[in-house]
Design a protein around this ligand. Structure first.
Ligand code: GLN
Length: 201
């Protein structure tokens, strides 16, 4: 039985590794569509904002006039941002000379690329605390952002060297790392299961 048959998930497809997210959704037989324009958000149950380059994603969000519809989508629907996607969900970006304009959907302060540049990218196994259970997941940190401050009421679901790397507030989930580059769907399944449970409440 396909427990995801009722839902459809969008993947913001302006720039970045959106194709990897699509592949993982296909693996779990989840209906999905790319979002490039506001109208593509219609009737979606959730959205994934991929990793990539937040400066570019931010500019394209403005160019394609997506900002207001993404913000209102994120006020009620499930959104998961990975890496650059997490930067886009943040409330504030430190030393933001590049002028990235985040969507301010979760109260976290971010430092871009603070885990180091490309040569310092790494893969590791993390323990994620998901619905009270500790689950292992492969995680890739690629020019990854650091979470410098976590707001009150924002839950920390995973740490790396005692720093928050996976956070959640209500319907918004944000990870500084990628899980979509491997076949590890642990975190995606968490995102989808919560979404399905909330729909059935
Ligand atoms: N450092 C990138 C940025 O600031 C994010 C890298 C990634 O998404 N893998 O946008």
């Amino acid at each position: 039985m396909n427990k995801y048959k009722e839902i459809e998930i969008g993947v913001l497809a302006l720039q970045g590794d959106y194709e990897c997210h699509k592949n993982q959704l296909e693996l779990l037989k989840v209906r999905n569509r790319y979002v490039k324009l506001s109208k593509h958000l219609e009737k979606l149950d959730g959205l994934i904002i991929p990793g990539g380059e937040s400066t570019t994603i931010s500019k394209l969000i403005n160019r394609f006039d997506l900002r207001d519809s993404l913000v209102s989508f994120g006020q009620t629907k499930a959104v998961w941002g990975t890496c650059a996607g997490m930067i886009m969900l943040a409330s504030e970006i430190e030393e933001n000379q590049a002028g990235v304009e985040p969507l301010e959907l979760i109260d976290i302060v971010i430092a871009r690329t603070a885990f180091g540049r490309q040569v310092f990218s790494f893969e590791t196994e993390l323990t994620l605390t998901l619905n009270g259970k500790n689950l292992k997941s492969q995680a890739s940190f690629i020019r990854a952002p650091r979470i410098k401050r976590v707001g009150k009421n924002v839950n920390i679901l995973a740490t790396y060297n005692d720093e928050a790397v996976l956070v959640e507030k209500d319907n918004i989930l944000a990870s500084s790392f990628h899980t979509e580059l491997e076949n590890d769907t642990t975190l995606l399944e968490y995102f989808l299961n919560n979404l399905v449970d909330n729909l059935n409440k």
